[in-house]
Design a protein. Structure first.
Length: 173
């Protein structure tokens, strides 16, 4: 089972969280499902599945041994977003879209106050909850650059985006 904290991560960040060592060689990314109830990722229940790919993660520490940055790079993860509605009369329940990603990089800088600034490049999905800024629910698949912060309460604040963006909730409605 994925914890609430793990569900909050972007698919790329979730994959990075699965890394078990500070510096790893490339390893196969496991299949993962993320199930979000209505109102978290979209107005309907949303399932995100990730399959395949390779991933590298490296942690950087300061002279005192404090973690200051995590860099994750990967390629080849296929992401499938599914309208996970349970109403048999709903014509879009079960509708899905698959994104074949060419690669992504996540650079997470740990700020002195405990928050993080995250810069994503390449192909990345970002889920925003109602507690985030801007308030979700929203799920967007980006190709380009995305910058956001994560505070000590795990609130995401979107700073900027550049490049094409696909509104997953609209696509599956």
């Amino acid at each position: 089972m994925i914890s609430k904290t793990m569900r909050r991560l972007t698919p790329a960040a979730l994959l990075a969280a699965l890394a078990t060592t500070a510096a790893t060689p490339a390893y196969a990314v496991p299949v993962f499902p993320i199930n979000l109830p209505p109102g978290e990722g979209c107005s309907f229940a949303l399932r995100i599945d990730g399959v395949g790919g390779k991933l590298h993660t490296k942690e950087f520490k300061d002279r005192r041994g404090n973690l200051v940055r995590v860099l994750t790079a990967g390629k080849g993860v296929d992401l499938t977003y599914t309208n996970y509605g349970f109403d048999a009369d709903d014509p879009v329940a079960g509708k899905s879209v698959t994104i074949k990603t060419a690669g992504s990089v996540e650079n997470r800088v740990i700020n002195p106050d405990g928050s993080s600034t995250v810069t994503l490049t390449g192909h990345n999905g970002l889920v925003l909850f109602p507690t985030d800024v801007p308030a979700g629910p929203s799920t967007t698949q980006y190709t380009g650059r995305v910058v956001f912060t994560i505070d000590e309460n795990f609130v995401f604040t979107l700073i900027s985006t550049a490049g094409p963006a696909l509104d997953i909730c609209a696509k599956l409605s």
